[in-house]
Design a protein around this ligand. Sequence first.
Ligand SMILES: Cc1ncc(COP(=O)(O)O)c(C=O)c1O
Length: 373
Amino acid sequence: MLDAAEIDAVSQVLSGTQLVHGPVSKAFEEAFAKRIGAARAVSLSSCTAGLHLALFATEIGEGDEVIVPAMTHVATAHAVEFCRAKPVFVDVEPDTGNMDADAVEDAAGRNTKAIMPVHYLGLPCDMDRLCGIAKRLDALVVEDCALAVDATYDGRKAGTLGDVGCFSFYPVKHMTTLEGGMATSNNEALADAIAKRKAFGYDRMLGERKVPGVYDVDALGYNYRMNEAQAAVGLSQLKKLDAFQEARAANFAALKAALSELEEVSIFEPRKGKAVSSHYCLNAVLPVDGSLDRAAVIENLNADGIGTSVHYPRPVPAMKYYAERYGYTPGQYPVSEWLAEQTISLPVGPHLAAGDPERIAAAFKEAVRRAKA
Ligand SMILES: Cc1ncc(COP(=O)(O)O)c(C=O)c1O
């Protein structure tokens, strides 16, 4: 949902003199931190960059283990691999898709240096238990909030519940900067360490240098910066975010209500305990016995002009790279395997027009009927 507001904002940056490291990124960071209720926000080139830097800045590396859900985007596990640490995969809960705290207890050990709760499709994980386990182990909690902007747990927003929260502004997320991400934290020292390592490990940023071009480097760092044009898009998107979120919640409720009589399909609730979802999308989960052919349902829906997606196409440990590296036996992560094979993500974003949720539900019922025939 980009329009003249973002085009104007980008034009202003492009006609100015500062394209990176400038006041727009700073303003975007401050506005995003305020929205989330975090002390700090560090703008980045992607969510993946944030996940990586959270581990890298805390010196997690070879010999260390990081607990990651099997059902997530590969970025969560890749961040661990980038640091040469070992991702230890755990299965997820069948009613939320979130990492199962009992499985985390079982997987936790002496080498566990971090836990990465992924708020699956925007519903926060059981953070009381996960943070409790992390505290006992003195491990870091890195929330993967890629799909969880404005999701809450016990009234607090995702991204403030662990040590670091990482958000994605890739297109089709709650808000976009085209590509981009943000790391949030209430720990000033950790936010500073991430900020330094997103820009080569410079000891002084552009505005802090006495002599232009003169700096020292006191840490190893990457180039994971967001530029001023992206930040301008982000600031503009933040102004629209309340309207976007209202539309998502309303579309989700309408679509869920319209699908309620489909007995063979389960839909994850947008609330559980203290957790309230950000309504990223509505996932319709087909029966565990495979009695409905997902490919046929998706084909029927797409033929009716309904866009769908799948979150995610395989459990990460079953992806070729991970399976070859760590070994994988089918049946090892039964809930993640079921979700990977049987979930269909349906759109609830603000791009939907009035009546679209009902139209999507009608098409879904018809697609299921045809898949059964
Ligand atoms: C859970 C999760 N984490 C991380 C990412 C990666 O985000 P980015 O493309 O901003 O690096 C995604 C992408 O969709 C995701 O779904």
